[in-house]
Design a protein around this ligand. Structure first.
Ligand SMILES: *Cc1c(COP(=O)(O)O)cnc(C)c1O
Length: 427
């Protein structure tokens, strides 16, 4: 009899279980992650996952979609309500996929766009070496003010008038402060550009009304991931105003342009998450921003150099710390050491870092949204800051800190701001 391959099945399921046990007892501060509620998890682990439904609800290229259609129609309605947008398209399967759809639908090879440089916090999909460049777009980058940690408005206005882009892109992966959409969108519209806001990182904060509101500030299109501060499953999304004759171009670019079937189980998960955010989003987002400010202040008190001191450190879920004077390996030293202590976060280039420092960048990028979701409040942020200090400043053995992290995290095992568990104590 053959040995069979069951052991591989067992190994995979085992690794998943190990992962879940481990990560449920670590402090996850990765700024682009979150955790789904049991209801959303159920929607994803469902019979929707192995089905096809190309096209629009009630106008599919596949049979067998009657229930899938109902879910997607609820979803379009909830997302339009949540973000006060004219249209919502839940089909993009990731944030990058949503960006590709805009680059294909609203721009042609040879067109100019302006987006944030990756060194300044821009996403790879906006870059010349990423999706935008591969679409054949000429990518210009926003002038950046290191002091303000933001786009330089005056220089940006000049650049828009000089380049006359087809598309301008706001949003990024590293930004503690809102982008100057209100100031620059009218200038972009004047030269005939479409204004897009990539909300991948801050969608959950926008849903809760606690960050800038791009569609009210002049953006016409929001692209996004659905799994960062918006606590849904991995996925993408496009929200947009009526774009006139370009509306159809964008829709055609999504399907059949950059995808055929969308991921129906992820779509269902996004819809349940939208309901959670309509119900609890305001409280959730408020607590996320409070926690980010509390963590930043506590880190500063513990002796860390936190970016943005003169502006209250942060207005988003992110806290950015410069660890370059703690060790010559900087972020490349700090992040793996913290993982040994059960604290998971990423190293990050800071705007003034030379690109060759990509392995040893000055910064750490911290996000508090997942730990907020499991019920942590401002006082818990002080504990976290102290754990980090014990590892990086006191140079305590990570394994010792890990034990304390484990017991601390043991107390946060439910996913709040959800229909499953409601609000955490203290809300
Ligand atoms: C994370 C991110 C994306 C896309 O991420 P996916 O992994 O493709 O969902 C797009 N834009 C920005 C600004 C991001 O931070």
């Amino acid at each position: 009899m053959s040995e069979g391959y069951k052991e591989y099945r067992d190994k995979v399921l085992n690794f998943i279980e190990e992962h879940e046990n481990w990560r449920s007892h670590t402090i996850n501060l990765i700024a682009s992650e979150n955790i789904t509620s049991p209801s959303v998890t159920r929607a994803v682990a469902s019979g929707f996952m192995h089905k096809y439904a190309e096209g629009w609800p009630k106008a599919r290229y596949y049979q067998g979609c009657r229930y899938i259609d109902e879910v997607e129609l609820i979803g379009v309605d909830l997302f339009c309500r949540l973000f006060k947008s004219d249209f919502a398209d839940l089909r993009p399967i990731s944030g990058t996929n949503a960006n590709q759809a805009v680059f294909f639908g609203l721009a042609q090879p040879g067109d100019h766009i302006i987006s944030l440089h990756t060194s300044h916090g821009g996403h790879i999909s906006h870059a010349g070496f990423g999706s935008a460049g591969m679409r054949g777009l000429n990518v210009h980058t926003w002038p950046f003010d290191n002091e303000e940690f933001n786009i330089d408005v005056d220089k940006a206005e000049r650049l828009i008038r000089e380049v006359e882009p087809r598309l301008v892109v706001f949003g990024g992966s590293l930004y503690p402060f809102p982008h100057p959409v209100k100031e620059l969108a009218p200038v972009a519209r004047e030269v005939g550009a479409h204004v897009m806001y990539d909300a991948a990182h801050v969608l959950g904060l926008i849903a809760g009304g606690q960050f800038q509101d791009p569609l009210r500030e002049g953006a016409e299109i929001i692209t996004s991931s659905t799994h960062k501060t918006f606590p849904g499953p991995q996925g993408g999304l496009i929200l947009y105003k009526n774009l006139g004759e370009d509306t159809a171009k964008l829709q055609w670019a999504i399907f059949p342009g950059v995808l055929s079937n969308h991921h129906l189980h992820h779509m269902a998960g996004k819809v349940v998450t939208a309901a959670e955010m309509l119900e609890y989003g305001q409280k959730y987002a408020t607590q996320v921003v409070k926690n980010a400010k509390a963590l930043a202040e506590a880190m500063a008190e513990e002796g860390f150099k936190v970016i943005g001191e003169d502006k209250g450190y942060t207005e988003s879920h992110q806290v950015i710390v410069d660890v370059s004077d703690l060790h010559e390996g900087a972020g490349g030293w700090a992040a793996p050491l913290l993982e040994e202590a059960g604290i998971i976060l990423n190293k990050n280039l800071l705007p003034w870092d030379p690109l060759e420092k990509v392995e040893k960048p000055s910064g750490l990028r911290i996000g508090v949204q997942e730990m907020t979701r499991v019920g942590m409040m401002e006082n818990d942020m002080k504990e976290i800051a102290h754990f980090i200090k014990r590892v990086l400043i006191d140079r305590e053995e990570p394994i010792k800190v890990k034990k304390d992290v484990y017991y601390f995290r043991q107390g946060f095992q439910k996913v709040y701001y959800s229909f499953d568990y409601g609000l955490p104590l203290g809300e």
